[in-house]
Design a protein around this ligand. Structure first.
Ligand code: ADP
Ligand code: MG
Length: 358
């Protein structure tokens, strides 16, 4: 069964300065029970608006939303279930913990709203605090806790109601990198333990790649591609997706007599074994997926070398452009030295920036 189902969901806002804008456009999506699903896209592309419609904080302009097999928003029928009746837990970007309540009372809040008994509140809050490693801080006030601990209060408050679905809107963006990593781990552990269905919203690609079973990349209110992290990374449908997931070189190419050349170079053919070779315009290669060696491949010259902690970075000439290559330290080249490049997973794009490789 689909746990979360969006059918042709559209949201328009009418603003004084811009007139009517379409924040979310004809969004259709199915998320399965127990899936950790990420929305990835640049700021302003409609991630939060989509999440708010699922949560019930925002009405739809068009379309339908079903949660756990039950209709919660249907525009045509004027059907609209209140947020508190949607069985959701939520953590938002600007996390709100109440400064005048200690950790226990912060987490107990949603249960008090639901008018649960004192005994039940105590039992469930203690469990939620244990699950988020806050059990020793129950009587401390948020101002005496770190940013990471405060965000864990928000997480505990989201899971204390036993939700089937967790909506997390950039919950880690206010934390430092180390804490982010441990929170990521924590969220994944909770998901495995309780089989929550999670929607995780982020503009951070590595966060999405690390957490998701499946994810979508969106732009300007539209879904561009939905797939597993591996497939999105290795088989992006267009240049936008490619560019959004990891670093890449984009080499402009020309075709002459059926052969592909880097722009500005008429001598050395680039090997290209795709079916629609006559349409190629851009070659995309990731710096970490180019093998540099002294024998075979695309012949080039090292323009610049930068030694970094994890790898050595080489800037090498390809036609009129310079591309970046990351290689392990034991393969060492000097600036000015001749080298050969082997492209491991090259992706070719046409003039409309659509992939020709899949
Ligand atoms: P994201 O979360 O991906 O950064 P949002 O969903 O917050 O994007 O916003 C999507 C678009 O909708 C933006 O152009 C934003 O300015 C607009 N928007 C969001 N909420 C409102 C609102 N309440 N009124 C008018 N415009 C809004
Ligand atoms: Mg947002």
């Amino acid at each position: 069964m689909n746990q979360i189902e969006l059918k042709n969901v559209t949201k328009r806002f009418t603003t004084k300065t811009l007139g009517t804008i379409t924040a979310v456009n004809d969004f259709s999506l199915n998320i399965k029970k127990g899936e950790c699903f990420s929305f990835l896209g640049p700021s302003g592309c409609g991630k939060t608006t989509t999440l708010r419609m699922i949560a019930g904080f925002e009405d739809l302009s068009e379309g339908e939303i079903h949660l756990e097999g039950k209709a919660v928003s249907i525009k045509d029928k004027n059907l609209y279930v209140q947020p508190e009746d949607r069985n959701l837990g939520m953590v938002f970007q600007a996390f709100a913990v109440w400064p005048h309540l200690n950790v226990f009372d912060n987490v107990a809040f949603p249960l008090k709203v639901q008018k649960k008994s004192k005994a039940e509140i105590k039992e469930r809050v203690e469990l939620a605090l244990k699950q988020t490693n806050l059990d020793k801080q129950a009587h401390i006030y948020p101002s005496d806790l770190s940013g990471g601990e405060q965000q864990r209060i928000a997480l505990a408050r989201a899971i204390v109601v036993n939700p089937g679905i967790l909506l997390l809107d950039e919950p880690l963006s206010n934390l430092d990198p180390k804490l982010r990593e441990s929170m990521r781990f924590e969220i994944k552990r909770l998901q495995r333990e309780f089989n929550f269905t999670i929607i995780f919203v982020t503009h951070d690609q590595s966060e999405a790649l690390a957490l998701s079973d499946r994810m979508l990349v969106m732009d300007k209110g539209e879904i561009i591609q939905v797939d597993t992290p591996e497939n999105l990374y290795n088989k992006p449908i267009n240049l936008f997706v490619h560019n959004f997931l990891g670093e890449s070189n984009f080499t402009q190419v020309d075709l002459q007599d059926g052969k592909v050349y880097a722009k500005g170079d008429q001598e050395q053919e680039i090997s290209c074994n795709i079916a629609k070779k006559h349409l190629v315009k851009t070659l995309a290669t990731r710096p970490s997926e180019i093998e540099i060696n002294k024998e075979t491949g695309f012949k080039s010259i090292i323009e610049r070398r930068i030694i970094l902690a994890e790898y050595t970075e080489y800037y090498v000439k390809m036609g009129e452009q310079t591309i970046k290559v990351q290689a392990p330290h034991h393969k060492f080249f000097e600036e000015g030295e001749e080298c050969y490049l082997k492209f491991i997973n090259p992706v070719w794009y046409d003039e409309d920036n659509e992939s020709l490789s899949i």
